[in-house]
Design a protein around this ligand. Structure first.
Ligand SMILES: [Zn+2]
Length: 497
């Protein structure tokens, strides 16, 4: 049956070739349509497809439980049976296992992988919100392995034909919280700026930069970058979003924002900030408006540094319905966010149409994290607001959020989009391009009103050695260089069909 179908596709392809050959894009679209509903074929397609970039991935959540357990064994940490977790030594002989024995005790190992992730969670168990967020505390002690964690993230992306990532990491949060605590809170944000002078966060900035240096050196060591047979992850462009934590007192959030902006200004590897931790947390709910005011004030409405915000990662049953009234709107209108993480509750916003129109008019992108929305909030398929955003003209990107905890990866997120929303090949290509158009890389876009910049328009898109004028223009824009690289990858991909 399958062979017959393939034969028919081949026949149709050659028949349609006719006097005017179909474009590579049209051939690719036709192939994708021909495998609709055949999951294994779709899986291969999305895995090989160049996906542009990953804009929403939390470093600690991106790592698989198996890696945390391997590092625990190597580092002499203790694997605890109940609750399944990794804890600091000294180990408790009655409750813990350590060293190579962690991997040898099969029932324990299985329980640990389940306990450190959402493996074996099913919708029948209800929404996974609490289990999901509880997971993070269970492997916290392994976080000295930042370089190894980065290596896992970039290597996995490269193996999925994806070469750009903005990793979210809590750079400088601890130090900033101490500065904020000492300052205390005032509703007058100008007064807060005086109480938390940038000089006070200089040490936080230096520490964050030192950490980036050290973890990237370790990452390159793990990946054997520059040596024969280096890991393809060495070719991934790595940038950071500085994470702020929204569940601490407002004065600490303020100092985190000041520190985040200072880190971003001091180091080009950090390209923006984001606000994380559960949005339904009582402190996060209570202080949401103040958080938006803080980010607006410190970032000058996103003009000083780039702002992406988790907003609307809620449902009206998870929180009181009024809480879903305006989080996305406030993130865009007050804080100046240029990307919205999740935005899952948009249908329940008070003025959903107005918020969608505002996002479309301002070019504010929505980051869809489909597995995350499913396992954390129970929002999936037709209940997901994908089409609402699409039809409103809001730019969309696909992200994995916490692929290790959720047992996913970027390709499987694309697969979900293909299966649930059928965007077609041109839609998928737009999603991949959006990941760079809406990245926080500096420099103008390769694209101008739907066409490639005039300096490069005559070249084969993504050519490795473009002419002098194109090369000179690309040299002026980091963003355009990544986009050019993607166009080359897309051209090679489309040549397969
Ligand atoms: Zn997230």
């Amino acid at each position: 049956m399958k062979a017959a179908t393939l034969g028919l596709v081949a026949l149709l392809s050659s028949a349609c070739a006719g006097p005017i050959a179909a474009s590579p894009e049209a051939r690719t679209a036709r192939y994708l349509a021909s495998i609709r509903g055949r999951t294994a074929f779709e899986e291969v397609f999305v895995r090989e497809m160049p996906k542009g970039g990953e804009l929403h991935t939390h470093l600690s959540g991106a790592v698989y439980a198996e890696s945390y357990l391997r590092w625990a064994a190597e580092d002499g940490l203790c694997a605890r049976r109940s609750p399944p977790s990794i804890v600091q030594p000294p180990c408790d002989a009655a409750r813990d296992v350590t060293g190579p024995a962690i991997a040898l005790d099969v029932p324990l190992y299985r329980a640990l992988v389940d306990g450190l992730s959402m493996r074996n969670h099913s919708p029948a168990m209800g929404i996974g919100h609490d289990r999901f967020f509880d997971t993070f505390g269970r492997f916290e002690v392994t976080r000295v392995r930042y370089g190894d964690m980065l290596a896992e993230v970039v290597s996995r992306l490269a193996r999925q034909n994806t070469r750009y990532v903005e990793v979210m990491q809590s750079l400088g949060v601890g130090g900033a919280n101490r500065v904020g605590h000492a300052a205390g809170w005032s509703d007058d944000l100008a007064a807060m700026s005086v109480r938390v002078p940038e000089s006070a966060v200089a040490a936080v900035v230096a520490d964050a930069r030192g950490r980036m240096d050290a973890q990237e050196a370790r990452m390159r060591e793990v990946l054997r970058c520059g040596q024969p047979g280096e890991d393809p992850g060495c070719g991934v462009t790595l940038r950071y979003l500085v994470q702020m934590i929204r569940t601490v007192p407002r004065e600490e959030v303020f100092a985190q924002a000041v520190a985040a902006a200072a880190i971003i200004e001091a180091d080009p590897r950090a390209v923006g900030l984001n606000l994380v931790a559960p949005e339904d947390d009582p402190v996060a709910v209570r202080d949401y408006r103040d958080h938006m005011r803080i980010i607006d004030h410190v970032t000058r409405h996103g003009a000083r540094v780039n702002v992406a915000l988790h907003a609307g990662e809620l449902t009206p049953s998870l929180v009181a319905p009024e809480v879903t009234d305006d989080h996305i709107r406030l993130a865009v209108e007050v804080a100046g966010a240029r990307r919205i993480g999740h935005g899952t509750d948009i249908a329940w916003e008070r003025d959903a149409r107005g918020t969608l129109a505002m996002m479309a008019a301002r070019g504010v992108a929505v980051e869809h994290c489909l597995t995350s929305a499913d396992v954390i909030l129970g929002v999936r398929g037709a209940a997901h607001p994908w089409a609402l955003y699409h039809d409103a003209g809001v730019p969309q990107v696909i992200c994995a959020d916490d692929e290790g905890v959720a047992r996913s990866d970027l390709s499987r997120e694309y697969l979900r989009a293909v299966q649930d929303f059928a965007p077609g090949w041109t839609g998928l290509k737009a999603l991949a391009r959006n990941a760079l158009s809406h990245s926080f890389l500096p420099g103008p876009s390769l694209w101008e009103r739907g066409a490639i910049n005039a300096a490069c328009r005559a070249e084969a898109p993504g050519a490795e050695r473009p002419g002098a004028a194109c090369a000179a223009w690309l040299a002026t824009s980091e963003r355009a260089r990544e986009q050019w690289r993607l166009e080359g990858a897309l051209r090679r991909f489309e040549a397969m069909w």
